[in-house]
Design a protein around this ligand. Structure first.
Ligand code: G3I
Length: 345
């Protein structure tokens, strides 16, 4: 019908994407994706535990399904994610005797564990990048390594406790070696608008770049809500990283209808005023994105329609409505706000 395409509307600005599960590659859900986005991301099936559930046992089936769907429909895939502290098999962090590496106190054994962990990481990265390097250009290499509340401002994950920042270096170098100069490598995180977190990430990236670590850009997850953070703080962060010569992507955009510390539930009666507020904020956000297209090279939503979003179960089980299409795959005010504000009621 006469609903314009999101991706076509933005053709002169940047590609538009959505994170999906393999089940979304068939039927009406697939038609919605084909019409509105030109990038796809796997919401879960390319994470370490999905790809290598146990050592040396690689499972490609689900990831391939998304790559195939994209290829058939002329879409691109971005990879999420080679390294993360979550959704990763325990086996990665166990020593040769099956004991958790983090519990080791002997310095000699700790060093051996570090070597073993970095070897496992190197193998994972080379295998995955080797398989998809001709299909996938844009890669989240590491995800969520900054945590301002932890020592050094680095997330105290098993990765960091066992290797320091060496895991980050190893992952980027292995990805570049396996994928060549044509693939683009990103460090991805949430809350990059927060000045403390942003500046810690900036410092980390700067040090790594000086050491020759091949980082091409920053992925800003951008899980926001209808009250915050400000659009200015989001753009300021991109500007800061672009000064380092880095590319910026919005990698996981959604806008909760609740503020971050609110635990209420509108259930199936979301007030119209809330959806209007959401539309206004989406409009403001995309106006700023368009204005800064020189420092922003893609926007990926974390989902496509409100029938499927992680925010139905985070931070509590409740109805949320963070995307541009509703539970029935119909356009919301937020869609018109982004595509053609003159159509807003
Ligand atoms: O696959 C199992 C299934 O076998 C089992 O029956 C079911 C029962 O709970 O769980 C399924 O796993 C779920 C998985 O999604 C796949 O559906 C996990 O419980 C659930 O926790 C997991 O949630 C994902 C979350 O990452 C995990 O941290 C969300 O779908 C996914 O949207 C979310 O994505 C993250 C990004 O990777 C990183 N940035 C934040 C973003 C939102 O949290």
């Amino acid at each position: 019908e006469d609903i314009p395409s999101l991706a076509e509307t933005y053709i002169d600005y940047f590609p538009m994407g959505a994170a999906i599960e393999p089940f979304q590659t068939t039927g009406l859900k697939a038609d919605l994706l084909k019409k509105h986005v030109n990038w796809l991301v796997a919401e879960n099936v390319m994470k370490p535990d999905a790809i290598q559930p146990s050592e040396g046992n690689f499972n490609w089936e689900n990831a391939d399904q998304i790559v195939e769907f994209a290829r058939k429909n002329g879409m691109e895939v971005r990879f999420h994610t080679l390294v993360w502290h979550s959704q990763i098999g325990d086996w990665f962090f166990k020593d040769s005797e099956g004991k958790p590496m983090v519990d080791e106190t002997d310095p000699v054994k700790r060093e051996a564990n570090k070597t073993l962990l970095l070897e496992r990481l190197d193998e994972h990265v080379r295998t995955v990048v080797g398989r998809y390097k001709d299909d996938i250009i844009s890669w989240d290499v590491v995800n969520e390594v900054i945590e301002p509340g932890d020592p050094d401002g680095m997330r105290a994950s098993e990765w960091y406790q066992i290797t320091g920042t060496d895991f980050i270096e190893t992952a980027f170098r292995a990805a570049r070696e396996a994928g060549g100069p044509g693939i683009k490598l990103y460090i991805n995180d949430y809350g990059t608008d927060n000045p403390v977190k942003r500046d810690r990430l900036y410092e980390l990236v700067k040090v790594l770049l000086e050491k020759g670590v091949p980082i091409d850009g920053v992925g800003h997850q951008t899980h926001i809500d209808i009250h915050g953070p400000t659009v200015t703080s989001i753009i300021d962060s991109m500007q800061k990283f672009s000064e380092l010569g880095l590319d910026n992507l919005v990698t996981e955009l959604d806008m909760s209808i609740y503020s971050w510390n609110d635990r209420s539930d509108f259930s199936d009666d979301i007030p119209e005023v809330v959806l209007q507020k959401q539309a206004e904020r989406y409009q403001e956000l995309f106006e700023a994105f368009k204005e800064h297209k020189d420092i922003l090279s893609g926007v990926v939503f974390w989902g496509i329609a409100d029938n499927h979003t992680w925010l139905h179960s985070f931070p509590v089980n409740r109805t949320n409505a963070p995307l541009l299409f509703d539970q029935n795959l119909n356009v919301k005010s937020a869609f018109w706000a982004v595509v053609d504000p003159s159509k807003l009621p």
